[in-house]
Design a protein around this ligand. Structure first.
Ligand code: ATP
Length: 440
């Protein structure tokens, strides 16, 4: 479906109506840029994170995971450069008081809202501060982490030695990060509290560029494997003047949202900057000791850093489709089966003749096999199918009058609407197999 200017608002209202995403604290008027995932949204986002974890950690011999704390020693942010340099350029309009990120403005002379003049550009640190313990003074200041990566760097030797790893190897983690963004917006695309899926891959310095190429392709393909249309994805290599001072290369995986091409993930060659900076800052060397050469060295780091919320939003937008027109139109979320919040819906055709009992049994069997399912007894079957299409449920199982005769059920596939008959004793196996086959 073509991206119309309205597509985002259609998706935002579908998300609220169906229970994917709600505004945070809505009954109090909401809190700017904060969102809550509802019953369908939380399943979708969990599935996105699980798909990432499976492909990056579970299925690989060279990567392990960690779960570091959000609050860290304040010196971490001094050494990493965040205290001094994690800033965005901020300008205010003198007339209408609107606030902008100067680097996001096409014309930095005039306010795009009212044409007014801007204040001088100021640097604004994006880290949220809070206090640890009961006394609110300078020495108690701690920061909410603005990225998960630093929890990996400071644990580099702990992980390497306890898991007995040898470069090239990676450490990944998924967790919340916080940035006091100047201009959050575009629904869940840019928020002040969000979840990241980051992996730091430590390599011998001479192998950095080959691994950089490897991870760019691997990560781009991950989105394609989980159903994003390839023509809506691109890799954008950063120009030299866009690179962080320590980075040797950086490329963004971008998706064409209705609001334009925007970053989903950044893949960076961070060199040995972080391990060296923390060695200097802490006074404890984070150099790796190579048993073969009997020498210490600082590995280079290739970092694919993705956002769980941005990926979830991309999967939502990309899966949205409307088939047909007018009265016959149907809205379908064509999620990859692994990502779909509900895998199967069980629908007795009518509320009598033993159909609900038969359907209940299938529903229980699916749940017992950890297949997230939904039971729906109410309204005409066409409406029930439509509700499931709109939630992105890949399979519907209908118990009808033939089921009472030969103990088969109808299995309807969401995208093709094809219907086949399956023995009810086989249905759990058939769905499990379809789900497994679709998984990468
Ligand atoms: P942007 O340029 O959009 O501000 P960034 O380049 O600063 O992003 P990184 O520091 O590379 O982002 O963070 C890695 C990933 O974390 C991003 O690609 C994005 O998916 C996610 N992310 C970063 N900031 C936010 C945010 N404010 N809201 C949601 N996700 C975010």
């Amino acid at each position: 479906m073509a991206a119309t200017p309205d597509l985002m608002s259609t998706i935002v209202s579908l998300c609220k109506r169906r229970g994917f995403i709600f505004q945070s604290s809505e009954i109090y008027g909401g809190l700017n840029s904060c969102w809550d995932y509802g019953p369908l949204g939380v399943e979708l986002k969990r599935n996105v994170k699980e798909a990432w974890w499976r492909s990056m950690i579970t299925n690989r011999r060279d990567i392990v995971g960690i779960d570091a704390s959000i609050l860290m020693h304040p010196k971490v942010w001094e050494s990493s450069g965040h205290l001094a340099g994690f800033t965005d350029p901020l300008v205010d309009c003198k007339k209408c008081k609107s606030r902008f990120r100067a680097d996001h403005l096409e014309n930095t002379d005039k306010c795009p809202k009212c044409g007014g003049e801007f204040t001088e550009v100021r640097k604004f640190n994006l880290m949220f501060k809070t206090f640890m313990g009961p006394v609110e003074d300078q020495s108690a200041t701690v920061f909410m982490r603005p990225e998960t990566a630093q929890g990996i760097f400071v644990n580099f030797l702990n992980v390497q030695q306890s898991a007995r790893l040898k470069p090239p190897f990676g450490i990944g983690q998924i967790g919340k990060s916080f940035r006091n963004e100047i201009t959050p917006g575009n629904f869940t695309y840019r928020t002040r509290e969000f979840e990241q899926m980051e992996m730091e891959f430590f390599v011998p310095p001479s192998e950095d560029m080959q691994w950089y190429e490897y991870w760019k392709n691997f990560r781009l393909n991950w989105y394609v494997n989980y159903g994003i249309k390839p023509d809506k994805l691109r890799l954008r290599e950063h120009a030299k003047d866009e690179l962080a001072h320590y980075a040797k290369g950086c490329a963004d995986v971008e998706y064409e949202f209705p609001f334009g091409w925007s970053e989903l993930e950044g893949i960076a060659n961070r060199t040995d900057f972080d391990l060296k900076a923390h060695s200097e800052g802490s006074g404890k060397s984070l150099a790796y000791f190579d048993e073969e050469t009997k020498q210490h060295y600082f590995p280079y780091v290739i970092e694919p850093a993705a956002g769980a919320d941005r990926a979830t939003l991309a999967f939502l937008v990309d899966s949205y489709d409307v088939e047909g027109e007018g009265k016959d139109a149907r809205t379908v979320l064509r999620f990859h089966p692994s990502l779909a919040p509900i895998k199967a819906a069980v629908l007795p055709l009518v509320k009598r003749d033993g159909m609900p009992e038969k359907a209940e049994k299938i529903y229980n069997d699916l749940l017992d096999n950890s297949i997230k399912s939904f039971y729906d007894l109410n309204s005409a079957i066409g409406r029930r199918y439509a509700r499931q299409d709109e939630a992105g449920t890949p399979f519907c199982i209908t118990v009808d009058s033939q089921s009472l005769e030969d103990d088969t059920v109808t299995l309807r596939e969401r995208d093709s609407r094809e219907q086949i008959r399956v023995a009810s004793s086989q249905i759990v196996d058939v769905i499990s197999k379809k789900l497994k086959d679709s998984r990468k």
